[in-house]
Design a protein around this ligand. Sequence first.
Ligand code: KIV
Ligand code: ZN
Length: 498
Amino acid sequence: MTDRLFIFDTTLRDGEQVPGCQLNTVEKIQVAKQLEQLGVDVIEAGFPISSPGDFNSVIEISKAVTWPVICALTRAVEKDIDVAAESLKYAKHKRIHTGIGTSDSHIKYKFQSNREEILERAIAAVKYAKRYVDDVEFYAEDAGRTDNEYLARVVEAVIKAGATVVNIPDTTGYCLPDEYGNKIKYLMEHVDGIDKAIISTHCHNDLGLATANTLSGVLNGARQVEVTINGIGERAGNTSLEEISMILKCHKLDIETNINTTKIYPTSRMVSSLMNMPVQPNKAIVGRNAFAHSSGIHQDGVLKNVSTYEIMNPKDVGLDDNSIVLTARSGRAALRYRLSVLGVEVDDEEKVDKIYQKFLKLADQKKEVNDDDILMLAGADIAETRAVKLDFLQVTTGMGVRSVASIGLDISGQKFEEASTGNGPVDAAICALKKIIQKHMTLKEFTIQAISKGSDDVGKVHMQVEYNGHIYYGFGANTDIVTASVEAYIDCINKFKR
Ligand code: KIV
Ligand code: ZN
């Protein structure tokens, strides 16, 4: 009989913890709705006690989404659980995810405690969460490095206390696939009442083993996997949803999920674009080169029969052949269709028109407007509502001359202009900007990336600016990289805490 594997998506919690990947509530709702379309069973929507923003996002996602279970993370702390329960009040199906570190390292250094005390705290947290919801998931943080005998005692105790799901995280990404699989097997064989709960995997990718470890966990009895889109997450990331889903589709393991794999690619693009987190070109399933056959021998084989070098159909992951077809001659209908393929439903005609006008402007600058460009245009609205906006920028630069920039900013409706010289065009523009925004800010990191090919491509800029002891992450995109750089700097400024 085919077994059902539950997909628990933590893109909006573990994924969103990544510096620079923070989304606002509107963006999180957009991702959550797309995850619902994709067919995930559980959406971990946030860690509500961590910030008012996270609290609010869990509330709004709960209202926006119907089918998936909405899950909120807590520590094994009563206040955390109270706040999580409050944030879930609108969820149609709700789960509290509570837990505590169980490895000797966590017990000794993080909690200055002992195994017995941690066991009691775990039981108490589950019982406390049960006052609010039926569905309680317990995580044994750093289970990957926790002694199996003690882990089995904890798992047995929390199931007895009412946990419906028990998560066995390899928090540090340390385990080898056999070791992680054997851990799950050990629990399946040694925990009394294990059939009353679902065992979940949650693997990190520090050694590049997250997917292998997750699969090993599943083959040994885990029936829920915690994953993220594009494998984003703390440090080297989490197990990627697309890899696990396609492994189960390509191999006959008698394990099925509810994932509509044709939604994988649009979801990947949406998350990458909203989080300003590029997908590495050779990333399995969703990387730009994942289905590109470049060597002559491979191309020849594929032309004779695709099965020679292709183990899955690109259409099965939602990659259609005409993903780069929008040009200056495309109409609103083509744009709206492309937006919907990418998971962006724009029901307001005025908004479509606004995006379309920006699209025409961009299409004038570059021959083909690709999916990344479109997602960027659809998200550009947010920039328009920010306090500091770039009004104009003019730069003179060249070999053997000092660059000169003049800049105009609109700050809450008031216009400011300044000019400066600099070591290069970006330096000149930022020096001019700093004459207007007179704050002590330091550029810490600056990366420029061209997305596809061609000298007319949109340049994407990521920046980190330090201000008042905090690091702020900014993003800008433009066919002109100096403008993109200034926009990224302004994006940082708009995030400064006042
Ligand atoms: O990696 C981890 O241990 C976690 C838990 C909080 C579930 O993300
Ligand atoms: Zn994690």
